[in-house]
Design a protein. Structure first.
Length: 323
């Protein structure tokens, strides 16, 4: 991995954004504090209306903050927005290419906006295309590319000026599962091979779990939790136990039995299904089966599930990320 400068590559303190509306003001971002270290892949998650997009737009200099401070790649967000733009890459959710444009020409034009000459732009562009398995598309029209190819081309355009930090806004939206998995591989490679720091927004929990070294969850205009995927999952109280019983009497008994285990939360009963959380489901499972058998309870289904990021998100925000 290439050498990376010391110190945070993003540091924001009390970042706020207020919008004026006809009846007053709306505080979309109420004081975001966040730090991103060089070489990290950071997932930035939040439900609709949480302030995620507004924060991203401020960090990319597309929107001026109302209050607070931030430095991005060593440049002050307020005093040197041009310096920030020169040092970051930004891949928008909607993409940046038109169907009739030729891929190579788009890459060169993007590089020239950063003062890079045509020869250097061509060399860098072709090298990036090769690294992202896009050999042979230089002279093709963008409209002839598949969805996965076009998203990788967007990433090439965001990297051609060799930024230390790239913002990826919903990079796999609309892609099929195979194309998504392929793009995940290339995103990891950007960090592992080039040392690029990646700030990622996504609506896919499996994507955040798979790609992110660290996750920031924003809700109500503030960061409400942060940590590695594993650290966040540990915040949910235990493993989920789901019991399916044959009859109402068995359901009542099973609820009482599982609720008596140490560390169990209050069981939830829905028809003939009982759900509860236990601190260590795999250890408790044999004991639970013995207790049910001893009580003569006929369980026709038993499932143990580890906490997921969606469980974390639901616990913290009261909503699923997809909602």
């Amino acid at each position: 991995m290439p050498a990376i400068a010391d110190g945070p590559i993003i540091e924001a303190r009390g970042l706020k954004r207020t919008f004026k509306i006809r009846k007053g003001t709306v505080e979309a971002v109420k004081g975001i504090d966040l730090t991103v270290q060089p070489g990290e892949i950071v997932g930035f998650l939040g439900p609709n209306g949480a302030g995620k997009t507004t924060t991203l737009r401020m960090l990319c200099t597309l929107l001026a903050p109302t209050d607070g401070t931030a430095t991005v790649v060593g440049c002050d967000l307020r005093d040197d927005p041009v310096g920030v733009r020169r040092r970051i890459g930004y891949v928008a959710q909607s993409g940046t290419t038109t169907g009739e444009a030729v891929a190579g020409q788009e890459i060169v034009s993007q590089a020239q906006l950063y003062g890079i000459d045509r020869k250097t732009a061509t060399e860098r562009g072709k090298a990036l295309l090769k690294s992202l398995d896009l050999d042979g598309i230089w002279d093709r029209k963008c409209g002839s590319l598949s969805g996965g190819q076009r998203r990788r081309l967007d990433i090439v355009m965001g990297l051609v000026h060799e930024p230390k930090l790239v913002f990826l806004d919903e990079p796999t939206t609309g892609l099929d599962p195979q194309a998504r998995a392929n793009l995940w591989h290339h995103i990891r490679d950007l960090r592992d091979r080039l040392g690029t720091t990646i700030f990622l927004t996504t609506h896919y929990m499996d994507e955040a779990d798979s790609l992110s070294d660290r996750i920031l969850i924003v809700d109500g205009g503030k960061v409400v939790a942060q940590g590695t995927p594993q650290e966040l999952k540990q915040r949910v109280s235990g493993d989920a136990i789901t019991l399916t019983l044959r009859g109402r009497k068995d359901t009542a008994q099973a609820s009482e039995i599982i609720g008596g285990f140490e560390g169990a939360d209050t069981p939830n009963v829905d028809g003939n299904v009982v759900r509860a959380h236990l601190p260590d489901g795999s250890t408790a499972l044999p004991q639970l089966l013995r207790a049910l058998d001893k009580a003569g309870v006929d369980a026709i289904g038993l499932e143990v599930a580890r906490p997921t990021l969606d469980d974390v998100f639901l616990t913290l925000t009261g909503r699923s990320l997809r909602d």
